[in-house]
Design a protein around this ligand. Structure first.
Ligand SMILES: [Zn+2]
Length: 298
């Protein structure tokens, strides 16, 4: 609880600092305002709302793991040149505060998860809300409102685009429900490398058996005792597979697989899009992941 309160204070202080004087920051070379998102799937979601009216970029490149991200000096310039900064929030962007201090200037900063109630486990907040498309509806509304704040003239466009994208998210949700329905109920079991799929599991009726790294970040460790306990849990539950994000180290999962009867599925995209297929957009990323999960559990 203490951690949540700290985070709210930190972010509200930052928001207050950066809320004033928007519009004074530089524009892109083609004269458009610039939105900068922390990561690739937020950039795709934002592009769907902004259309061509605002230039949208991601601070992190494709394939970067935000949990383990080490900021580059050029990141400061990117932030300084943006009019709107869009974060996931919930401590996902642990790298952002020193960058903000160095970038200076005044800009609007929003958190896509603002207003949502996060899952909490042992004092840690789970940032992975984007893995439930229903929660992404709130992301879209927050981003739409942020865009309108820096560019009121585009309000009608952003509102229409947001409505159209929300309709696509609802279709995606229905599609996932149908796919998951093809998995026998007793096999709807998820073992992951780190604790990333809590919201997804909650929405679509999976039981989370455990995680190789018992943390909501990839940037944490595990113990021999923890691994031994997970092996017992996997055996007891009869979990068919361990799922890993593409950026994660598969060594421990492979070790567990060798001691149990599970397969390792190491091509999910949980924290980043890909250049082109299979996860070129947020919606493609979700579909790809669901197809891999269904294939492994069916
Ligand atoms: Zn994660």
């Amino acid at each position: 609880m203490k951690k949540i309160i700290n985070s709210i204070i930190v972010f509200s202080t930052l928001a207050a600092l950066f809320l004033t004087g928007c519009g004074s920051a530089p524009k892109s070379s083609d004269g458009r305002l610039k939105a900068l998102t922390s990561t690739t799937f937020l950039a795709d979601i934002t592009r769907n709302i902004a259309g061509d009216r605002i230039s949208v970029d991601s601070l992190l490149p494709v394939g970067a793991d935000p949990h383990a991200y080490q900021a580059a000096p050029s990141d400061v310039a990117k932030i300084a040149e943006s009019n709107l900064l869009i974060l996931n929030g919930l401590e996902y962007e642990h790298f952002i505060e020193p960058l903000l201090e160095n970038a200076g200037g005044e800009k609007l900063m929003i958190e896509a998860t603002a207003g949502l109630s996060p899952r909490e486990d042992a004092g840690s907040i789970d940032p992975h809300m984007w893995l439930d498309p229903n929660l992404v509806v709130t992301y879209v509304e927050n981003i739409r409102d942020g865009l309108i704040q820096i560019d009121a003239g585009g309000a009608e466009i952003y509102t229409a685009n947001a409505d159209a994208y929300i309709a696509q998210l609802k279709e995606l949700d229905q599609w996932i429900v149908e796919q998951v329905n093809t998995i026998p109920v007793e096999r709807r079991l998820l073992v992951t490398n780190h604790e990333a799929v809590g919201y997804f599991a909650e929405r679509y009726g999976f039981e989370v058996v455990g995680a190789v790294i018992p943390s909501m970040s990839t940037d944490a460790g595990t113990s021999a005792k923890g691994l031994a306990a997970l092996i017992e849990q996997v055996k007891a539950a009869g979990a068919p597979a361990i799922f890993l994000g593409e950026v994660e180290n598969p060594d421990l999962a492979n070790q567990i697989a060798s001691e149990t009867n599970v397969k390792v599925v190491d091509n999910l995209y949980l924290e980043s899009l890909t250049d082109g297929a299979p996860a070129a957009t947020y919606i493609d990323m979700m579909k790809h992941n669901v197809i891999q999960i269904v294939k492994a559990l069916k």
